[in-house]
Write a protein that binds this ligand. Structure first.
Ligand code: SAH
Length: 211
């Protein structure tokens, strides 16, 4: 990446509302080309979702930026990501948080993500093959939870694994066409819900696929 290319990347993110300095620095350091199939590498700077293995897509960079920004992740935080894909968002989160756990239901994608993160020397992310609708009770509670696949409603186990004061950012909605990115904050006496923007994600699916 030339400095000009990185500047263009940051400008594009800013123009879409990603303004948090720590989030922008993370995007400066991580090249999305490392996380997309070779055939799409030349499109990796475009702000669009791109196909990855197992019939999935890697999210639009500005949406990842806006989710990370909305979650207000601090350097001491323990974060849970649901839907690792090939690990691009996990790599961004690795620079914002102390520790990242990421759950992916497709075993081949989880393996690819581990290889990508290891190649880049990222050591504070643990990728787990599993059903993210259950969360990760053994590591709960989490300061922030980011979900990269759309459910009808926020899964109960994820709500209960959020630390008081922590936030979960996730797309909700039944159909492919109508989804809303929301932020759920756990308060002393319940949960607060904020609508962020319309989005389009792959569906959150129960269970695990070994291949
Ligand atoms: N965070 C990724 C997004 C990948 S797309 C990125 O940085 O690009 C969303 C991913 O969620 C897909 O890989 C899909 O397999 C996964 N997914 C869907 N339902 C899931 C579930 N119940 N548990 C874990 N992962 C799930």
């Amino acid at each position: 990446m030339t400095p000009e290319q990185v500047m263009r990347r940051i400008y594009a993110l800013r123009s879409r509302g990603v303004t948090d300095a720590r989030v922008l620095t993370a995007f400066e350091k991580i090249d999305r080309a490392e996380f997309v199939p070779a055939t799409f590498a030349e499109r990796s700077e475009e702000d669009v979702p791109l196909p990855i293995a197992s019939g999935q897509t890697t999210s639009q960079p500005s949406v990842i930026g806006l989710m990370a920004q909305a979650a207000r992740i601090g350097p001491r935080d323990k974060v849970l990501e649901i839907g690792t894909g090939t690990g691009f968002q996990a790599a961004i989160l690795s620079r914002l948080a102390r520790r990242v756990y990421s759950v992916e239901r497709h075993a081949p994608l989880a393996r690819a993500a581990r290889a990508n993160l290891e190649r880049l020397g990222i050591t504070n992310v643990t990728v787990i093959t599993g059903d993210g609708t259950r969360g990760l009770p053994e590591q709960a509670p989490f300061d922030a939870i980011l979900v990269s696949a759309a459910a009808e409603d926020p899964p109960g186990p994820l709500l209960s694994q959020l630390r008081e004061g922590g936030s979960m950012v996730l797309p909700v909605g039944v159909s492919d066409a109508v989804q809303t990115l929301i932020k759920v904050t756990r308060t002393e006496d319940g949960y607060e819900y904020d609508e962020l923007m319309p989005v389009r994600f792959v569906p959150l699916v129960d269970g695990v696929e070994q291949d």
